[in-house]
Write a protein that binds this ligand. Sequence first.
Ligand code: GDG
Length: 472
Amino acid sequence: MSRTIIVSNRLPTKVQRTASVLSFTPSEGGLATGLGSIYKSDDNVWVGWPGLSIEGEDEQQHVVEQLHADSMRPVFLTDAEIKGFYEGFSNETLWPTFHYFSQYAVYDLTQWETYRAVNEKFCHAVLELAGPDDTIWVHDYQLLLLPQMLRKARPESSIGFFLHIPFPSYELLRVIPWSKELLEGMLGADLIGFHTFGYMRHFLSAVSHLLGATSQNGIVELGNRSVVVDSFPMGIDYEKYATTAASEEAAGHIRQYREALQEVRVILSIDRLDYTKGIAERLKAYDLLLQRHPEWRGKVTLLMVVVPSRDQVAQYQSLKEEIDELVGRINAAYSSITWTPIQYFYRSYPLEELSALYRLADVALVTPMRDGMNLVAKEFVASKEGQQGVLILSERAGAARELSDALIINPTDTIQLAEVMHEALTMPEEEQVQRMESMQALVRQYNVHHWVELFMNRLFYSKNKQLTLATA
Ligand code: GDG
């Protein structure tokens, strides 16, 4: 029987070490939920890195056994690999370049070589498991070379690839000294998926400019085979967010928050700490709102959750300092004994508390400088049982292509953003409901299960069409 093998940098389980004891917690992330129905059924399996350095043989064996029971196969990375592959080439070269932050990108030959070696390592791990009839679905920018490596070893396999971050314009991509190898790596797949049509167009243009390969209607011709390229906007587990927000536990949190906040209106911001998310720009716009519309002083609070992320990378450390300083400055300038303009939390919250925040908020500020999709925007929409609430969304998030009933802004235009916050806070209830209802209909229908089904079906048909053509 053929099976499906999912491959991503991280496994859908968080492995953590506290006082030399390892703990295993299932991840609540969208990808884990969406693919749960696949990798947990039949003989299917998920291959990935457990997320921390595990070097002792006994400990590795313990991890293998624990994860095996849940259909996962770990790929162990050494400290040098974590540095060169993950913190290095993935997060200091690909992440900034693909998000149009080339000024932060590092081009380091050793990191590139480590990236290639770790992709090989993943390849070996998959090949140990995969039979010729198996379907392999590779995810994201850490594994761009893997589809081609797998193709060489298994020419007949059905291989899909999905990129979760933006694909940049060819002019940015070409700056990376190894851009051709990266494109060739991706083209090992039968089907390549992106969140938006725009990213797909950038990819096809890069393939044509850098490799001279032609494409028609999203199909790249490579001589002996063809590759289908298309957009598959990722959705969320709508029911999970709608149900959790409506739960008794979330209601309990909301009562508690409301009591503390009194009548104050709430603007919500939730992100991982990342320079792509536009957190500092958002703070500057909020400062401007309080300057240009002093009537909101004492009447609105920005609830800002920043989830710690990649704190080993230099840019993330200095961004944290910049945010701390901005929050401190704004709070010092406007606070009163009874009111704090910004309530800032540098930590992550359990889903029930996150859902309570979504439900409580009058306005959600989702204003990244660049974002592949942005699931927070969709989760906010799904959590709004009473359809009240306004979403302010950056035109540079993939989600803006679908959520056209949000208030769409340019995140670098601070004045516009400040004015749109004012507009959101004064929007008539009827208009809020109208906009929210149409966004909910879309997010409910195009949920994460729909996304998985669409991608897998398309992969199945792309592969079968090729096989039919080859035998004709
Ligand atoms: C990449 C792309 C693309 C956040 N704080 C807490 C928490 N979260 C959860 C959110 C959401 C997820 O983290 C963040 O997802 P995003 O999509 O917003 O952003 P990235 O992490 O950058 O993800 C992105 C995504 O891949 C999928 O393709 O949309 O563009 O960059 O689900 O809810 N969850 C909990 N507590 C928190 O404090 N439980």
